[in-house]
Design a protein around this ligand. Structure first.
Ligand code: 13P
Length: 248
């Protein structure tokens, strides 16, 4: 397998618990010689200098497309540079649908961070009413989220995160994920992650789907012991026959 495993903390964890989390994960990756890519996106207030494993990447959940200036409440690259951050999530559904970022805002942000060589995890996904209209509508909706986005950018990872599956406890089915990922992979060469109520117990099945290069996990990744187990599953080549100790 050797899959990408990413944790989006969203508005969770403090500076103290983030540092504990990152230290624990680094120690684990060092001890187990983990070679697959692992990402952690802590809240902005917890950014700091961390001594991390070479395959662990700390990113920011959001930033504004400026170096600095008068943009109250936002941070720019001057603030990210202070911590050596070169990875950003763009287009997350909570920013599109809760905060109200438009595709135009998102494309501007994408192109700014692309011009600076950032690793971009670019999120796409359809809301429930679009899914219910069928596959053509779903793909049409997702493809519109590629407007203004250079899909050939070499530092790009894409995450398919259906809005109806995020934070709801209802993960997409294996068939849903397989269908959408197959269609998306015809259009993109970037690694493609799945996100949306991924749980530890179901992780291996998701990672074994064709065209799934990894996962972007919210809720189920916030516990460091569970996240370690996720990294373990993602680091193996082939399937794991042992039983993973998981509650959900
Ligand atoms: P949940 O795993 O909590 O559904 O969140 C997924 C997500 O939005 C990751 O970016």
């Amino acid at each position: 397998m050797k899959k990408i495993i990413a944790s989006n903390f969203k508005t969770n964890h403090t500076r103290k618990s983030t540092r504990e989390f990152i230290d624990t994960i680094t120690q684990y990756m060092d001890d187990e010689s983990i070679k697959n890519d692992v990402y952690i996106f802590p809240p902005t207030t917890a950014l700091d200098q961390f001594n991390i494993n070479e395959n662990l990447n700390i990113g920011v959940q959001n930033a504004y497309n400026v170096k600095n200036g008068s943009f109250t409440g936002e941070i720019g690259t001057e603030q990210l540079d202070e911590f050596g951050i070169k990875t950003i999530l763009i287009g997350h559904s909570e920013r599109r649908h809760v905060i109200g970022e438009s595709q135009k805002d998102i494309a501007l942000k994408y192109n700014y961070f692309k011009s600076l060589g950032y690793k971009i995890i670019y999120c796409v996904g359809e809301p429930l009413e679009v899914k219910e209209e069928g596959l053509t509508s779903t793909l049409g909706y997702i493809f519109e989220q590629f407007d203004g986005i250079d899909l050939d950018y070499e530092n790009l990872v894409i995450a398919y995160e259906p809005v109806w599956a995020i934070g709801t406890g209802i993960s997409a089915t294996i068939e849903d994920i397989a269908t959408i990922h197959k269609k998306l992979k015809k259009k993109i060469t970037a690694p493609l992650l799945y996100g949306g109520s991924v749980k530890l117990c179901g992780l291996q099945d998701i990672l074994e789907i064709d065209n799934v290069d990894g996962v972007l996990v919210g809720t189920a990744s916030w516990d460091k012991d569970d996240f370690k187990k996720m990294i373990y599953i993602g680091s193996k080549t082939g399937s794991i026959n042992e039983k993973i100790d998981c509650k959900n």
